[in-house]
Design a protein around this ligand. Structure first.
Ligand SMILES: [Fe+2]
Length: 494
């Protein structure tokens, strides 16, 4: 180590100054390495403009996206996920350099592969109903192996609001599958998929690369991108929230500062990956919930290089940095928001996706369960794994609950008695469980499938609240005595 000594002139000098020596420069951008549960590499960051090439030298030189002739005679093709004249902040697009352009295919034709998908939630649609009833569903039943069911054919719409043609609204689906998609890709023209697996990893191959998404992780695949799902475990179940006309983004941090909640670097976007495959493929598009197909004589996964910011990503929910009250009071569950999307109304979200991880409860003199409430927002809750911590639902992992806009809810009377009388100690709640909630700023319609054909519809608990007492009434004699002492009129007696 160099030794610093004062010079005779009163300034600082070094004896035996070390010669500057260069260590090493990085030769590539960082990608997260494969793990035991995920064989793929990813680029890190949220909303970045990424660049990735599976063959070196296949991205065009800077200054042009559409060279007269691309490297190795690839085709250049752009996918825009926003309008041409969008603000810089919202503009999302990607340039792909591929073996064949995606336009090269046989004509589209309608198909009836899955009639349990809905996308248009006008009250005039006979397949949906707006109802103030609360609902609880168990997991979707995985079909028998004799009935080959892919992610796409096993997708069942639970409900939603709005319409993709208005670019406003969303749909919530559940899926149960037992087969991989083979030589078949899906492209959703209606909106972006947020996929939440509860059982079975999803090996998702997209035009922009591959992702392995396991329970405990989520992924987002934007509208217009072609992708397929393989099931390495043989079966899979989970949820999808599909948003129309908007894209997912990170919530503002506000007074939390520059760190916390979902950290941008923990979002992982696939690297470019392509196949060489000149066999017959079927591509299925979803438009207003209807399916259309076309065929082509090669794989759609032939993008050798790409750059842009319209690309799928995944996120491991355990990485979320939670915040909580430490001394008193409660924080609203939106403090757990991982992703949100904006509605067309300034300042109003279309939806917020919040994840509930284990947390320490340390608050003093506080009613710790969720307070009794009614919200403008519809609340849809799911349990990815573990046990349901509330008292009012028969909720299990893989199930779903619905509490519609403005309908009151809160814990049972027994839970209220316990929470208002037990000593408050520091406890870790939610250990070994992972839940989520969708806060949806609208009424929410329920599909006929969810009301009539879902394999596990929990019945309404008619007498659940009959035992609620009003302990205030027991205090009336004491209150009247107090009022009398203050010269005030007594309360009436019930
Ligand atoms: Fe609530």
């Amino acid at each position: 180590m160099d030794k610093f000594v004062p010079s005779n002139q009163g300034s600082i000098s070094m004896t035996s100054p070390a010669k500057s020596s260069h260590g090493r420069s990085a030769t590539d951008c960082y990608t997260s390495p494969p793990t035991e549960s995920d064989p793929y590499r990813y680029m890190q960051g949220f909303g970045n403009r990424f660049a990735s090439e599976a063959v070196p030298g296949t991205l065009p030189e800077g200054g042009r996206n559409v060279p007269q002739r691309c490297a190795f005679d690839l085709y250049s093709e752009q996918l825009n996920g926003t309008s041409f004249i969008s603000s810089r902040q919202t503009l999302q697009h990607v340039w792909m350099y591929r073996i064949r352009p995606s336009v090269a295919h046989r004509p589209l034709e309608p198909m009836t592969l899955n009639t349990d998908i809905e996308a248009c939630f006008s009250p005039s649609n006979p397949s949906i109903k707006y109802t103030p009833l609360s609902y609880t569903w168990g997991p979707l039943e995985v079909p028998e192996l004799a009935t080959s069911t892919t992610f796409l054919t096993g997708l069942k719409t639970i409900g939603g609001h709005g319409d993709p043609t208005n670019k406003e609204g969303l749909a919530v689906h559940m899926y149960a599958a037992n087969a991989s998609m083979e030589s078949e890709a899906f492209c959703n023209n209606d909106g972006d998929f947020l996929i939440i697996p509860t059982e079975g990893a999803l090996d998702v191959q997209t035009e922009l690369g591959r992702m392995m998404v396991s329970p405990g992780e989520i992924c987002v695949i934007q509208a217009g991108i072609r992708w397929k799902v393989s099931l390495p475990g043989g079966k899979a179940r989970g949820y999808v929230q599909e948003i129309f006309g908007s894209h997912y983004e990170l919530p503002e941090l506000g007074p939390l500062g520059s760190n916390g909640m979902a950290l941008p670097r923990d979002f992982e976007t696939p690297v470019a990956s392509f196949d060489i495959d000149e066999t017959k493929w079927t591509i299925i598009h979803k438009l207003t919930g209807e399916l259309f197909r076309y065929e082509q004589g090669w794989t759609p996964f032939d993008v050798v290089a790409w750059h842009g910011n319209y690309a799928p990503y995944k996120y491991e929910l355990s990485k979320f940095v939670s915040f909580n009250c430490t001394l008193k009071e409660q924080v609203d569950p939106t403090i757990h928001t991982v992703l949100m999307a904006r509605s067309k109304i300034p300042g109003v979200s279309l939806t917020e996706f919040a994840a509930f991880l284990p947390k320490w409860q340390t608050s003093t003199n506080t009613f710790r369960p969720p307070y009794y409430h009614r919200n403008m927002a519809t609340e849809i809750g799911g349990l990815i794994y573990g046990k349901y911590g509330g008292s009012t639902r028969e909720q299990v992992a893989g199930g779903l609950t619905l509490e519609n806009s403005y309908m009151p809810h809160g814990e049972s009377y027994e839970a209220w008695v316990k929470a208002t009388s037990e000593p408050l100690e520091n406890i870790l709640v939610g250990r070994d469980s992972l839940g989520f909630m969708l806060h949806i700023s609208s009424h929410f319609s329920v599909t006929k499938f969810a009301m009539e054909r879902h394999s596990c519809i929990r019945s309404q608990r008619v007498a659940f609240w009959d035992n609620v007492k009003g302990p205030f009434l027991d205090h009336i004699p004491a209150i009247n005595k107090m009022l009398q002492e203050q010269g005030l009129s007594p309360l009436g007696t019930p």
